[in-house]
Design a binder for this molecule. Structure first.
Ligand code: MV4
Length: 454
């Protein structure tokens, strides 16, 4: 095992990784930007070190700053959390070149799965169903040709991106040229890579993902599925497990196929395979995430596995230590992302100071948050204030427990989406487990805001 880990992230995930370090008895150093000097993780850590200014480009995204911090504090590993450098193969390679361990897949594995278009082909060849689509597009004329053979509507997707950024829906050949140009420039600006491909657009799908873990000895387990269909502008808002869209037989088959495919493709460490599930219940692979995900706690609630500790142990070269038979998901869990944004004002992010803060409690309630009374929310990063997760024996009880916990949760001083969560829980489409692409974007938030204010 490592002796000391540098946590190169912020917010709630820095705290989550710190807790895993404590569980494992490993030292931890929190790397923080000037804007996060007073962060809870920095205050609770054994050691903390400033890695640069608020601008993430010069702190959480700066490989030299992070590696220097790891070296001067005597760390032997770096945990990148999610976002920032967590899936950057160049960073993973530089970390290794400095005799430090990168807690995640190797640089080679990250490289193999860096292109969504190549990953589609790779995992398609390993037996995963994919959506009819194209290879990499050379130009507009090539895109037209491919769209013609796929059949409209099609979705233009950036190969370097993830999470739907830069995607463009194209319903007719007439729309294609301009959509292609916009997508290309968004991809270039957003990911520094303008490679695009096409997929047939599937309407009314659900977003279901399979969690896997693979060690260096070829041991591999899946930890079941999560449903992330409640999104807004490709931001997940509520996640639950297991997915209401799959029968138990279908979920087991999907998880087993996903695990076989990634293991055969040489994947290692924690990973998530994302699928779209259509109204018939058929699942199609869309992308893979080579990191720990925001929504991992609902899988922890179902399985009792400390996934971050597992991830660290795998990176330290330890065997999984458990087999598939030891993974027995029980009950139902829901995660609510508590965001500092105002649903009534086009979800504008809210900076400012948290006043009173009271976390809910009781059986089956878990709050992962870096908030504290008096915490100043820096305006430079995402608006995630924390994650409220609830567990119960079945879905209806989990919804009831979620509502009760949301009522208990108090965050003063800044506007949050807590009431929006309660309104979604009371929505019949959600109660029926039927949310598809995409409840919030299609109907807007107005009905929910109104309901939440009653
Ligand atoms: C799609 C799709 C329809 N057809 N791909 C990709 C990234 C993820 N954030 C959403 N993505 C989608 N990819 C094809 N070929 C629709 C979505 C989508 C979506 C899917 C499930 C649930 C909510 C969604 C919200 C927006 C877009």
């Amino acid at each position: 095992m490592f002796t000391k880990i540098l946590i190169a992230n912020r917010g709630e995930i820095a705290l989550r990784v710190l807790r895993a370090c404590r569980t494992l008895g490993v030292g931890a150093v929190v790397a923080y930007s000037e804007a996060d000097r007073d962060s809870l993780a920095a205050q609770l850590a054994d050691e903390a070190i400033c890695i640069g200014p608020a601008d993430a480009k010069h702190s959480y995204l700066s490989a030299p700053a992070i590696i220097s911090a790891a070296v001067v504090t005597g760390c032997d590993a770096i945990h990148p959390g999610y976002g920032f450098l967590s899936e950057d193969e160049g960073f993973a390679d530089v970390v290794r070149a400095h005799d430090l361990a990168f807690i995640g897949p190797s640089a080679e594995v990250l490289e193999r799965f860096a292109s969504k278009e190549a990953t589609r082909r790779l995992l398609g060849a390993q037996g995963l169903p994919t959506i009819p689509g194209s290879g990499m597009l050379r130009d507009e004329a090539h895109a037209l040709e491919e769209a013609e053979s796929i059949g409209y509507p099609v979705l233009i997707k950036p190969s370097a991106g993830g999470g739907g950024k830069g995607m463009r829906l194209v319903r007719t050949p007439r729309e294609l040229e301009s959509a292609f140009k916009v997508s290309r420039s968004e991809a270039k600006a957003g990911f520094g890579d303008d490679a695009l491909y096409l997929e047939k657009y599937l309407d009314d799908t659900r977003h279901v993902e399979i969690q896997v873990a693979v060690d260096r000895f070829g041991n591999a387990i899946h930890m079941g599925d999560r449903d992330c269909s409640v999104q807004r502008r490709h931001q997940k808002i509520i996640e639950e497990a297991p997915s209401p869209a799959l029968s138990d037989a279908a979920r087991q088959e999907l998880a087993e196929r996903a695990l076989r495919a990634v293991a055969a493709a040489g994947y290692e460490n924690l990973g998530t395979l994302e699928f779209l599930v259509d109204s018939k219940g058929d699942a199609y692979f869309i992308e893979i995430n080579c990191r720990v995900q925001v929504e991992h706690p609902i899988t922890e609630l179902l399985t009792g596995i400390d996934m971050v500790a597992l991830q660290i142990r795998i990176a330290a070269g330890e065997p999984l230590g458990i087999t598939q038979a030891d993974v027995v998901p029980r009950g139902h869990a829901i995660e609510f992302r508590i965001l500092a944004e105002d649903p009534a004002k086009d979800f504008r992010p809210q900076a400012g100071q948290v006043g009173a803060y009271l976390a809910p409690g009781g059986p089956g309630v878990r709050m992962d948050s870096h908030m504290y009374p008096g915490y100043d929310i820096p305006p430079y990063y995402d608006s995630l204030l924390g994650k409220l997760c609830v567990w119960a024996p079945d879905r209806n009880q989990a919804i009831a427990r979620g509502d009760a916990a949301l009522r208990e949760l108090l965050v003063d001083g800044v506007v949050t989406n807590i009431d929006l969560h309660r309104a979604i829980l009371a929505n019949q489409v959600f109660i029926d487990g039927k949310v598809t692409t995409n409840l919030l974007d299609r109907v807007g938030s107005a009905p929910f805001v109104a309901a939440g204010n009653r």
